[in-house]
Ligand binder design. Structure first.
Ligand SMILES: N[C@@H](CCC(=O)N[C@@H](CS)C(=O)NCC(=O)O)C(=O)O
Length: 224
C-alpha cells in the first residue's frame, strides 16, 4: 500500500533507458511518484556529458531532483534514500530489521565493486592512449565484473524468491538492471545461478511490465 503523498511527489530524473537511472525509475514507478524523465546519455559523447555538467559536476547520470529542489546523485544513495522515504512501499528493510545489514552490504557492493568498472569501460582512453592496453582493460574489467557477480552469488544468503527473501527490494531492482550490462545476462546466469531466478522474476513482475517495455526492453536473445 502506497501513501497518498507518494502520488503527489514529483521528481526530475536525469538518465537514459538502460543507465543507472533505470533502477531509480523502476523504484519510483513502484512507489507511485510522478517522474519527469530527462534523457541524457553521458557515456555516449562529450556533448552528452556537458549536458549534465550543470546538474552533476561528475557529468554522470543518474541525478535526481527531489521535490524539495535538492539534487541527489549516486545510484545506491538515491535508492536507499527512496526506500527510507517511502517505507509504506516496502522496498527496503527498516533500520532495525535484521535484514538491514545484508541490504546495506550489497547495496554498497554493487557501485563499489561493479558499477565503478564502467567509468573505465565507457571510455578506456581515460586511463591509457594505447589501443592494445585498452583492449586488455576491456577484457579484464569484463572478467572482474563477472567474478564479482559470482562472489556475490556465493555469499548472499538464501536469495529466494528475492535477494533478501520474501519481499522485492531496491537491491533486486539494482541487480536486475546492472546484470544486463557487459558481460551481459547470459554470462550473469552462468556466474550467478542462484540470483538468476531472482532477476528473471523481477523482469516478469507485472507491476513493472509497462515500465520495462517502455524504458529498457530486451533485445533479441539478450535474456535467454
Ligand atoms: N557512482 C555513480 C556512477 C554513475 C555512472 O557511472 N553513470 C554512467 C551512466 S550509467 C555515466 O554517466 N557515465 C558517463 C561518464 O562517467 O562519463 C552512481 O552510482 O550513480
Amino acid at each position: 500500500m502506497v501513501s497518498a503523498s507518494a502520488s503527489k511527489d514529483r521528481y526530475i530524473l536525469y538518465g537514459a533507458p538502460g543507465s543507472g537511472a533505470t533502477p531509480v525509475h523502476a523504484a519510483l514507478t513502484l512507489i507511485g511518484a510522478e517522474v519527469d524523465a530527462v534523457d541524457v546519455s553521458p557515456w555516449e559523447s562529450e556533448a552528452e556529458r556537458e549536458r549534465m555538467a550543470g546538474v552533476n559536476p561528475m557529468r554522470q547520470v543518474p541525478a535526481l531532483v527531489l521535490p524539495s529542489g535538492e539534487v541527489m546523485t549516486e545510484s545506491a544513495a538515491i535508492l536507499i534514500w527512496l526506500g527510507d522515504r517511502y517505507p509504506e512501499a516496502g522496498l527496503c528493510p527498516v533500520p532495525d530489521d535484521p535484514l538491514r545489514t545484508r541490504y546495506l552490504r550489497w547495496m554498497v557492493y554493487l557501485p563499489a565493486a561493479i558499477y565503478a568498472m564502467y567509468w573505465v569501460r565507457d571510455e578506456p582512453t581515460r586511463l591509457t592512449p594505447d589501443p592494445a592496453a585498452q583492449a586488455v582493460m576491456l577484457e579484464r574489467t569484463a572478467e572482474r565484473i563477472a567474478h564479482c557477480w559470482h562472489l556475490m552469488d556465493t555469499q548472499i544468503d538464501d536469495p529466494a524468491p528475492y535477494l533478501l527473501g520474501e519481499k522485492l527490494s531496491m537491491l533486486d531492482l539494482y541487480v536486475t538492471v546492472l546484470s544486463r550490462w557487459t558481460p551481459g545476462r547470459r554470462r550473469f546466469y552462468r556466474e550467478a545461478p542462484r540470483m538468476a531466478g531472482v532477476v528473471r522474476r523481477v523482469d516478469a513482475d507485472p507491476r513493472l511490465a509497462e515500465f520495462w517495455a517502455a524504458r529498457y526492453p530486451f533485445t533479441k536473445g539478450e535474456q535467454t
